[in-house]
Design a protein around this ligand. Structure first.
Ligand code: 5GP
Ligand code: ZN
Length: 113
């Protein structure tokens, strides 16, 4: 499958790894929008939030526990952070392998543009 995030999981495209286990891979975003900008993805290819169902939803819960651990490890747990999932065209999704942005290290504005 021609998916850049599957290629990152497989090591075919280099990335700056932040965390890895048997189900999840996390790496620094190539174009950071904040001092901390980590992408957390399942190793399994799931296209978007629209593909989350009862069979794979425990994986999404696991991703949030991983985000929690990374936030603590990178020292943004006390200052706060944002976890973002963009879905579809209006949501601004550009890579069609589900991913969660973990953003922190500065005060983030709301609402998004
Ligand atoms: P989206 O816009 O789909 O929510 O987020 C995709 C993210 O992937 C963007 O923030 C973009 O900078 C990041 N990205 C795209 N290609 C690569 C890549 O090859 N390596 C890394 N580390 N990040 C990437
Ligand atoms: Zn993929």
């Amino acid at each position: 499958m021609d998916c850049i995030f599957c290629k990152i999981v497989q090591g075919e495209i280099p990335s700056a790894k932040v965390y890895e286990d048997d189900k999840v891979y996390a790496f620094n975003d190539i174009s950071p929008a904040a001092p901390t900008h980590v992408l957390i993805i399942p190793k399994e290819h799931i296209s978007s939030a629209l593909e989350v169902d009862e069979k794979n939803s425990s994986l999404i819960g696991h991703i949030f526990t991983v985000a929690n651990k990374i936030a603590r490890d990178l020292g943004i747990d006390k200052t706060g952070f944002r976890i973002v999932n963009n879905c579809g065209e209006d949501g601004g999704q550009t890579v069609h392998h589900i991913h969660f942005h973990l953003l922190g290290g500065r005060s983030l504005q709301w609402p998004p543009g």
